[in-house]
Design a protein around this ligand. Structure first.
Ligand SMILES: N[C@@H](CCC[C@H](N)C(=O)O)C(=O)O
Length: 301
């Protein structure tokens, strides 16, 4: 049996996250372990954020992101805030620099416990999102679902935040759509060769949006941070909102919003929101076998 590693069950606005401490080892959390952990009621998650030793100077850790179906993701906004909170609790430090497969991210925990992550620059080029077809203008692409003369969803804005996103603009509450039905069709649409995260976004004011997301590799989640970033950027890009928006994540049980700012000065997207620790345990990164720590140990983290 592999040596067990520490992990924490956390969430970002309800997005279920396992933060797994893989520092000091060369192996990875296997897709099989991810699928096994996802299948258990206690450890059911949307993403694993596996913290590895840094690979390059100037970074604190390399983060491997794994969806609950065992596939890899290039970005996870809510999970990154969870990693910051876990490392801040461990070290007392407030600022961190992480490397992911998509690049280097800076993050900081504020005095009030909110966490800001610099999610980098959005990408709009069709072949870098990627799309299967060339679109000169990706702020509105030809794609629809439902009857041809009366589509339920159509003309999404598309962008990459390291991972691919399609934002469908809706004029009523995103919770009133059957996203559980349309999500998988759109995630796997031939337009998206690497699949896509599918978000419904309702503009509720010049500086606010309400969103709901079907996640690639995870399905209906309670919240998705990188989707909120893509929605905020796409809303500003299309003139629907200003560049700093408050996102009410419709499906989130938390009533706290996410704040997304697409900074003019450097084109970077900064996401600010909470993270919450739930409990800690140990797991086998090869099989996914796990044990929950006793509460006393858990509260000491
Ligand atoms: N929940 C995440 C996004 C997760 C990644 C996504 N499922 C993908 O495969 O791209 C977030 O908070 O950003």
């Amino acid at each position: 049996m592999t040596e067990m590693v520490e992990f924490a069950k956390m969430n970002g606005l309800g997005n279920k996250i396992l933060v797994v401490d893989m520092r000091g080892r060369d192996d990875r959390v296997t897709p099989e372990a991810a699928v096994a952990l996802a299948a258990e009621a206690e450890t059911g998650f949307d993403q694993i954020m596996a913290i590895h030793d840094p690979k390059i100077d100037g970074t604190d850790a390399y983060i491997d992101i794994i969806n609950c179906d065992g596939s890899k993701a290039q970005a996870c906004g809510n999970g990154t805030r969870c990693v910051v909170q876990a490392l801040s609790a461990e070290t007392g430090r407030k600022a961190f620099t992480f490397q992911t497969v998509a690049g280097v991210l800076n993050a900081v925990e504020h005095e009030d416990g909110m966490i800001s992550v610099d999610m980098g620059k959005p990408v709009f080029e069709w072949n870098r999102i990627p799309l299967a077809e060339e679109f000169h203008d990706t702020s509105r692409i030809e794609l629809q679902i439902g009857p041809i003369d009366d589509p339920v969803l159509h003309s999404p804005s598309v962008a990459s935040m390291g991972n691919p996103h399609a934002i469908f603009w809706v004029d009523r509450d995103p919770m009133s759509f059957d996203l559980g039905r349309f999500g998988p069709l759109l995630e796997n649409h031939p337009m998206f060769p690497e699949k896509a995260n599918i978000t419904l976004a309702q503009v509720t004011g010049k500086d606010c949006l309400r969103t709901r997301t079907w996640e690639r590799g995870a399905g209906l989640t309670l919240a998705c941070g990188s989707a909120a970033c893509a929605a905020g950027v796409s809303a500003a890009r299309t003139g629907r909102t200003v560049r700093k928006v408050t996102i009410d994540v419709a499906s989130s049980p938390s009533r706290q919003p996410l704040v997304i700012e697409w900074r003019e000065r450097d084109d970077h997207v900064v996401m600010t929101g909470p993270a919450e620790w739930e409990w800690s345990g140990h797991l086998d990164p090869v099989t996914g076998a796990f044990e929950r720590d006793a509460e006393a140990g858990a509260s000491a983290k």
